[in-house]
Design a protein around this ligand. Structure first.
Ligand SMILES: *Cc1c(COP(=O)(O)O)cnc(C)c1O
Length: 394
């Protein structure tokens, strides 16, 4: 569908060169098109554009040159035929469900999804007749066992938050398709620079552009990538009518973000891997969860499915909550926040923040202990990140 790039290009080249928007002024760096609507030369042109007989922009709820440039570039990077940008990552998930599912449909999803995704499924979509079953993401047989006659969508985040467990995307796609369902992968943690779910058989990719696609914690946005039929027509048609659209200014920020995505992800991963290896050697650290470590039970799957191991590192300290909080409160540089995908390293205590509202039993069943800490490794110098964590590991 989008043809102004070579799909064989590497992630850096695609992020910089795929879909370079250019007006008649031939600007080298993309300009931002801040306009809500567009004018026509005459009545006949307006009629032709409205009826789809002639290409042209109508209204920025569904067509804007800057948003379109971001959509095309992200689609190129994910290897998808079409992309629709949304106001946030949550808007992407909501839009996908409302555009493709019907009342009475069933979703199978991985346990331990992003908290708002669980809230959306359980508290909002449930009111409109959609139901969800949650399964262990590492076990394709568990996914298959949860499938019902009305299952239309399998939804997974891999690697998972905060324990960095992996789902085998190709295996899940096979299960989904055998049962006439689609597979959607939330690709926030790795981005297309490190993982391309569509090439592994997934039908849809969801992004919170708020995270690594921006990369500097400035704007909120999201996207859905997939094929020309479902995303190019159904999701686009939903967006045209329902309107949870991305702001052109945010699209411009994300477009700039995509230009450095691959090189940033490489640097994030390099820091994360070195930090994980260092943490594994610390006597106060009982366990480190990072797919790049040989100790990770799915290290081989990570090597097969991902180009690198990502920048989320979780670790358990001896001494439970008190010891974990001491690590957090001893930091001077690292940001105490649950956000991720930023140049700045962040640290959070899942048991009392992101996973604080679920019962202690459910938390324990999910493997989220009181001593668990999650670090989203940023781009500061490794020595400084290590020194900041070492202060509390005494
Ligand atoms: C942040 C996040 C979302 C939601 O994105 P927003 O842009 O905050 O709406 C969805 N999934 C994952 C994995 C996330 O980290």
């Amino acid at each position: 569908m989008y043809e102004d790039f070579d799909p064989e290009w590497g992630a850096s080249t695609l992020g910089i060169r795929a879909s370079e928007p250019r007006t008649e002024n031939r600007e080298h760096s993309a300009s931002v098109s801040l306009t809500s609507s567009y004018v026509f030369r005459n009545a006949a042109e307006a009629a032709a554009v409205f009826q789809g007989e002639q290409p042209g922009y109508i209204y920025s709820r569904f067509t804007n040159p800057t948003v379109e440039a971001f959509e095309r570039r992200l689609a190129a990077m994910e290897g998808g035929q079409a992309c629709v940008a949304t106001a946030s990552g949550m808007a992407a998930i909501l839009t996908l469900c409302l555009a493709t599912l019907n009342m009475g449909d069933h979703i199978v999803a991985s346990r331990g999804l992003f908290g708002s995704t669980i809230g959306l499924f359980n508290n909002i979509l449930a009111r409109f007749g959609l139901s969800v079953s949650y399964v262990d993401l590492t076990d394709p047989a568990a996914w298959e066992a949860a499938i019902q006659d009305n299952t239309r969508l399998l939804f997974v985040e891999t690697p998972s938050n905060p324990l960095c467990e992996l789902a085998d995307i190709a295996a899940l796609a096979e299960v989904a398709h055998r049962h006439g369902a689609w597979l959607c992968v939330d690709n926030c943690f790795l981005t297309p620079a490190l993982q391309r779910p569509l090439a592994l058989g997934a039908d849809f990719v969801i992004h919170s552009a708020t995270k690594y696609l921006d990369g500097q914690g400035r704007c909120v946005g999201g996207a859905i990538v997939g094929d020309a039929e479902r995303v190019g027509k159904d999701v686009f048609g939903f967006m045209r009518t329902a309107g949870p659209c991305m702001s052109p200014f945010n699209a411009w920020v994300f477009l700039k973000g995509l230009e450095t995505l691959a090189v940033r992800m490489k640097a994030h991963c390099q820091n994360a891997r070195a930090l994980a290896e260092w943490l594994e050697e610390q006597p106060q650290v009982a366990r480190v969860h990072y797919p790049g470590l040989h100790s990770h039970p799915q290290h081989v799957l990570a090597q097969r499915q991902q180009a690198d191991f990502g920048a989320i590192v979780s670790f358990e300290v001896d001494g439970g909550r008190e010891a974990a909080w001491k690590v957090i409160d001893s930091t001077r540089m690292i940001s105490i926040t649950a956000n991720l995908g930023d140049t700045r390293t962040t640290i959070t205590h899942p048991a009392t923040t992101t996973h604080g509202r679920i019962s202690a039993e459910a938390r324990a069943a999910a493997g989220i202990s009181e001593g668990l800490l999650r670090v989203a490794v940023g781009l500061e110098d490794l020595d400084d990140i290590r020194a900041d964590l070492a202060r509390g590991l005494v």
